[in-house]
Every structure is written in C-alpha cells, then in structure tokens.
Ligand binder design. Structure first.
Ligand code: UDP
Length: 406
C-alpha cells in the first residue's frame, strides 16, 4: 500500500523574519489557493533530492493555507530494480527493456493507482517511478503535473517511448532545464529548477564549535584539511572518481582526509552494491565512508558541508544536484562536475567546474592552497544561491503554475 507521510506542522515566523519579501510574495499568491487540495506522489520518503524537496515543500505549502499532502508509492525490490534501470536509462545508460520489466512496472503503478481513492485539485507526480498512475486514474477532476528531476536530454529510446504515452496524459510537465526536454513532448512544459530550504536542519546556521564537535563525534575530527562528497552511492555521482582524485591530492598533502557521505534510499537498490565497491576501493588512506544508516543525517551533513575545506561533487550526470546549493549556501567552495544543473548553480561563483579526476584534484589543491580567495569565492556562491535557489522561489514557481492551470 502507498504510504501517507505526516510532515507535522510548520510555523513560518522564522522564515518571515529572515526572508520577509519572499514569504510575503508567497502569502500573496497562496491567497487564491486557500484550501486547494494538492497531492505530491514520489517513490521514497528519505534519501535523495526529491524526498529532501518534499520534506520542505509540503509543510511550507500547508503553512500557506494550501491543503497539501504527500504519498510515497509502494513497490518491492523487483519494481525498484526496474525503476532504477529506467532512471539510469533515461540518463543515457544502455538498457534493454523487456516485456517482464514493463509488466512489473505497470502492475505496481496499477496497484498504487487503485489505492488512490481520494480526489484532489492538483497532483504532482515526481520522477518516472509513478508516472503511469495518471493513466490509470482517468476520471479524476485533478489537474496532473509530472515533475521530472533527472537529466533526460539523451534518454534511452526504448524506455522513453514506453513512458511517453503516459506523460502525454498530464496537463503540464516540469523539467529543471530546457536542455532536459526530450523529443516527443507535446503539451505544456515549464522549466523550474529546484531550491534548498535555508532553515532546514541541513541548511540552518550552525556555530563553528558545534559543527566541529559533530565531526568529532561522527569520527572525523578536524585535525587537518577535509575534502568531502555528499551523495547517494550511485555511479553517476562517481564516488570511485572522488577516491582517485583524493589519491592524487594526498600525494601532495598526506594529512588530507576524504569523507564520503552517502544515503541509502528506498527506491535505490543499487546503493549497497556501490557501497561495497567503495569500501574495497578505500583500501588504505585517510578515507571515511558514512551513511544515514550510521546516524549521519541532516545535522551531520550540515556540519560536514560547513567544516570541509573543499566539497567535491564529481557528478558525471546530474539532474540538479541540491548538494551544490547546500554547500554554497554555507559559503564553502566546491569543485563539481560539469553536468546537468550544476553549472547554473555555480554561475555566480563559489567554485570550479571540472571534467576529470585530474582536474578535480588540481582544483581541490588550488582551493586548499589558497584559503583566502577560496573563502571569498564561497561568499560569492552563497549570495547567488540566496538570490536564485532557495525553496521559496521554487514554491512561488509552483503556485504560479497552479494558478495558471486552475
Ligand atoms: N543526502 C543526505 N545524506 C547523504 C547523501 C545525500 O542527506 O548521505 C542528501 C543531500 O544533502 C541532498 C540530497 O540528499 O539534499 C541529494 O540531492 P541531489 O539533488 O544532490 O541528488 P539526487 O540524490 O537527487 O540525485
């Protein structure tokens, strides 16, 4: 059975005092959407960017008087193996779509569609896992929006052709960047990049001494330079490439520590496989690998993104890459792969775009060797994120879309 996620109750007073104009704009827009029923559907309540976004969007929409809720679809390992293959194939991996995979995919979408008995005014379906649900609920009065969070600029044709008829059933589709819109989309398309919640436990201010204490408690005291990547254990995030870059950096700076933080998501059965590979590759060196299973969650990620001398995000493919905005929001410089939504987050400064292991190591060393200019770069990055990639802007874009579809 799909699960309803209770996000409790959020009071906006703190947001209001720190971001008065943004909240005033949201209050203004939401006046016309009071009591409107909005549902968000996705595949996992934790781990990865979509759950991160919904954990902040849904309570904030509710605090604005919109009747928003969040449902996570159910599925077994077989289903999530198929959907992870779809995810990889849509980002360009080779994959042969089999009749059994199609059957599994559709069976679980049907099961979840049948369990969706209530009606709503607007339904957001996030990513490809639940995309066929709309097709299986033809008679609802809701307006349906498909929100694609991944890079579909060069999708595997078999998977894309299989999903396209289901996507055509939607009233609007949202992509993060214009470049991600694949061929064949005919209806309304909106381009809306995501944003981070500046006051979530992951992003709120943390004093330096508390941050250092957290690192110490986790088991990575700040007794030398720290480089860090925070990402699901996923081939596109290239954790093995990060280890290779670390080895080059450690030749010059043997006291550097590498911290890899990875979360396991309900819909990502590949995570443990990659975890094992990383543990093997780690072998020797000053490397630590932490996960949400060991209690390295939001506050801990916050502390690492603050205390690290340089954050790495060595993505080869990326939808948006919330971790980039999270890092820059803390004024920490980043060295990041030139992929998907990453360059647009670095457009105002804050770090370097790279295309290889060697370049990653070179740029990271540059940051380590020049702490003054690196800190200034970090401050520029923070200003840009403040202006463009906070969650209030994302919700504003959503509300405008709802008003125009109403
Ligand atoms: N994340 C986390 N713990 C981890 C790894 C990732 O909390 O160990 C969070 C990270 O801070 C970010 C999200 O998961 O908020 C990942 O989002 P992103 O857009 O960077 O990548 P995705 O996983 O959606 O591909």
């Amino acid at each position: 059975m799909p699960r309803r996620i209770d996000v409790g109750e959020l009071q906006l007073s703190m947001y209001e005092s720190l971001f008065p104009s943004e909240i005033a704009a949201l209050r203004d827009l939401s006046e016309r959407l009071k009591g409107v029923r909005v549902l968000h559907i996705n595949a996992t309540p934790y781990g990865g960017g979509v759950s991160e976004l919904l954990r902040s969007i849904v309570p904030m929409e509710r605090a604005l008087g919109i009747d928003s809720s969040w449902i996570v679809i159910s599925g077994d390992e077989r289903f999530f193996n198929v959907t992870k293959s779809f995810h990889n194939a849509l980002q360009g991996d080779t994959y042969k779509l089999t009749p059994t995979d199609k059957e599994t995919y559709l069976a679980y979408n049907k099961l979840n569609a049948d369990a969706l008995t209530e009606d709503y005014d607007f339904i957001f379906v996030h990513d490809p896992q639940p995309v066929a649900i709309r097709h299986m609920r033809p008679s609802t009065k809701a307006r349906w929006i498909w929100r694609c969070h991944i890079d579909t600029s060069n999708p595997n044709p078999q998977v894309w052709q299989f999903l396209l008829p289901f996507i055509h059933d939607y009233d609007a589709v949202i992509f993060t960047m214009r470049e991600f819109v694949p061929e064949g989309i005919t209806g309304r398309v909106d381009i809306i990049p995501p944003g981070i919640d500046p006051l979530s436990p992951k992003n709120m201010e943390l004093p330096e001494d508390i941050s250092r204490h957290i690192l110490n408690w986790v088991g990575a005291p700040k007794d030398g330079p720290i480089i860090c990547q925070v990402s699901r254990f996923d081939p596109w995030k290239d954790p093995l490439g990060v280890i290779a870059a670390y080895r080059l950096i450690a030749k010059e700076k043997p006291d550097v520590r590498l911290i890899l933080i990875g979360s396991m998501a309900l819909d990502d059965p590949q995570g443990w496989e990659i975890y094992d590979k990383i543990i093997k590759a780690k072998n020797k060196g000053n490397i630590h690998i932490f996960t949400n299973f060991m209690g390295v969650a939001d506050i801990q990620v916050n502390a690492f993104q603050r205390v690290a001398d340089v954050v790495i995000q060595k993505s080869k493919k990326e939808g948006f890459g919330l971790v980039v905005s999270e890092t820059l929001w803390k004024g920490t410089p980043i060295v990041a792969g030139r992929a998907g939504g990453i360059p647009m987050q670095l457009a105002g400064g804050g770090g370097f775009l790279v295309d290889s292991v060697e370049e990653t190591a070179k740029r990271a060393l540059e940051v380590l060797d020049n702490p003054g200019p690196a800190a200034e770069e970090g401050r520029r990055g923070r200003r840009y994120i403040r202006e463009h990639f906070l969650i209030m802007r994302l919700i504003k874009d959503h509300l405008n879309l709802l008003l125009s579809l109403a």
